[in-house]
Design a binder for this molecule. Structure first.
Ligand code: UDP
Length: 234
């Protein structure tokens, strides 16, 4: 596969076209942002680590029957993915309270939820990724009824699979964000699954092993990402 021109550059990734119109190359950068890009920094080697973690997790999910955009891991920082028409919705799944749900509901972090929570946000940094619901998604034509239902069902299935996967490796999957898109009419899981978009806590110490270390200036960021990589590969 031959790399062609840059299609899009985001906060943590660059997307390139290839000689195959159905396949893109996703390049992982070391840049990190938080608070809708108001905070910026670099996490050394993050791109390499996230490419490996995401590739491993997509392969695992594919083995379990989840349809994703993952094609193959190409180089240290690059993976081949199926070209998607991205749905501008972030699906957030939560198992424990943390972050925005703790603020919104005035509860401490780390409370186990009785059932997993699925939330939808509209992908827009300018607006601060506002909270939306299925009705808004359908009314604005971001996705149809069937797609909304499948995004929710798939996200809950991914949650079950990944919660077990991480638990077996000594990590609690507190919450995470997924994105979906259409490829030739089929709904596929897209984007990435990495410590940038998941909250991962050490099961024993409850130490944070994710982007909250960057958001909250907790230090030892690279070490945390490295630890997740080692555990995910183990
Ligand atoms: N998340 C993300 N991108 C976003 C918003 C959230 O990857 O634009 C992830 C975040 O890393 C966390 C989960 O989604 O694992 C839930 O985030 P939350 O709604 O608590 O928002 P935050 O506290 O990050 O503002």
């Amino acid at each position: 596969m031959e790399k062609r021109e840059k299609l899009y550059e985001g906060k943590a990734k660059v997307i390139y076209t290839t000689d195959d119109p159905d396949t893109l190359i996703m390049h992982f950068k070391d840049e990190a942002t938080a608070f809708d890009a108001k905070k910026k920094g670099v996490i050394k080697n993050k791109g390499v680590i996230n490419n490996r973690i995401s590739s491993r997790l997509f392969k695992f999910l594919e083995e379990k029957g989840i349809k994703t955009h993952f094609v193959s891991e190409l180089t240290e920082r690059e993976m081949a993915v199926k070209r998607l028409d991205i749905i501008p919705v972030e699906v957030i799944v939560r198992n424990f309270t943390a972050g925005s749900i703790s603020k919104r509901l005035g509860v401490e972090e780390g409370i186990e939820l009785k059932t997993p929570v699925v939330e939808f946000c509209y992908k827009s940094d300018e607006l601060g990724d506002p909270f939306i619901n299925a009705s808004i998604i359908k009314a604005f034509g971001f996705a149809n009824q069937d797609e909304v239902r499948r995004m929710e069902e798939t996200s809950l299935k991914v949650n079950k699979l990944l919660s077990k996967f991480f638990d077996e490796r000594g990590i609690i999957l507190v919450d995470f964000k997924l994105e979906f898109g259409r490829h030739k009419g089929t709904l596929l899981l897209g984007d990435e699954i990495t410590p940038d978009g998941c909250r991962l806590w050490d099961k024993e110490t409850k130490e944070k092993l994710d982007k909250d270390r960057f958001r909250r200036d907790l230090g030892k960021i690279e070490e945390a990402y490295e630890e997740v990589l080692n555990k995910v590969m183990g």
